[in-house]
Write a protein that binds this ligand. Structure first.
Ligand code: NAG
Length: 320
């Protein structure tokens, strides 16, 4: 009883599918149990780690600088991003019938693309911030002014929302006449297109170009900017190269982990492999968890600020 037909749907007469069914990652009970533990652990650590960053940056005046504001914004984005698919997946793990409504599916796709693209643009802004700090330190505060930060932020959200809306405008009108099975644990665009009862080749091409271009494009821009920063450092003060490398290696790790799976989804020609649904775990659980780890716990100022915040908290608790 996996197919769910529902006669004439009000408002959407072109479509008879009212919900989709997820197959999940596996049927084995043991692996499901492991998956539950693993995803709960990573989900809560991501939320906690990112919350700690947002609170630390907001509450500590020493951290009121462009770099930390961008970092705190990245944390907000990460929390939103991992809340799009993870909670639903966690609730679904032991359900026999994992279903999602049509609207729920579209919502997942909309937010994952909007927030994902926003994160990409924000990562570019963070790379630019590091470029200015390392290569033009004397002009850092004039270039990365509060206005500029806000401008980066607003631009990245606008780009994210436009990127996502452009794709979905075409999708909501597609006819879905029966097939409704996702061999996955969340809704993604390439799989949704394959369920439509019409030729979606052009649309698939559009999605590949749109999502592929934004992910590969941002990746290339980021890699080039890191190489450029390292080259500049090497030319001016070869001694500083190892320090710059250690700063940037954190960024590069995040970028590779975040973009690797995405570029695979949208540019790999044969979508039949199951590899992509396992790779999706990286973006759903691991990257949002790693961002705080990589950007924060290796950063001395951040560690000092967190320790101060912690002792202040303990102090308040003693008083009250
Ligand atoms: C995000 O960035 C803006 C602009 O720099 C800043 O005002 C805001 O406080 C940041 N958000 C967080 C949660 O830190």
């Amino acid at each position: 009883k996996l197919m769910l037909f529902s006669g004439a749907m009000d408002g959407m007469n072109h479509s008879v599918v009212s919900e989709f069914v997820f197959l999940g990652l596996t049927n084995s009970w043991d692996i499901q149990f492991l998956l539950l533990v693993f995803s709960l652990l990573f989900y809560f650590s991501s939320i906690m780690g990112n919350l700690v960053i947002v609170f630390t940056v907001t509450l500590d005046a020493h951290l009121h600088s462009p770099m930390y504001f961008l970092l705190a914004n990245l944390s907000v984005i990460d929390m939103v991003f991992c809340s799009i698919t993870a909670p639903k997946m966690i609730c679904d793990i032991f359900k026999k019938h994992k279903t999602i409504s049509f609207l729920g599916c579209i919502t997942q796709i909309f937010f994952s693309h909007a927030v994902g693209a926003t994160e990409m643009v924000l990562l570019i802004a963070m790379a630019f911030d590091r470029y200015v700090a390392i290569c033009k330190p004397l002009h850092y505060l004039t270039i990365m002014s509060p206005k500029m930060c806000l401008y980066f932020l607003v631009t990245s959200w606008i780009i994210g929302v436009i990127h996502s809306s452009v794709q979905l405008v075409f999708v909501v009108d597609l006819p879905f006449c029966g097939p409704n099975i996702f061999d996955s644990f969340y809704c993604d665009l390439p799989r949704l297109l394959r369920l439509a009862c019409t030729n979606t080749q052009e649309l698939e091409f559009m999605v590949t170009v749109n999502s592929g271009l934004i992910s590969v494009g941002s990746f290339v821009v980021l890699v080039i900017s890191y190489i450029f920063i390292l080259f500049t450092v090497w030319k001016h003060s070869p001694g500083g190269l190892s320090k710059a490398l250690s700063t940037l290696s954190a960024h590069v790790t995040v970028v590779v982990l975040f973009f690797g799976p995405l570029m695979f989804f949208y540019t790999w020609p044969s979508p039949t492999s199951h590899l992509d649904k396992y790779l999706a775990i990286f973006d759903a659980f691991i990257t949002p968890f790693l961002n705080p780890v990589i950007y924060t716990f290796r950063n001395k100022d951040m560690k000092v600020a967190m320790r101060k915040l912690w002792s202040r908290l303990m102090h308040y608790r003693k008083i009250s």
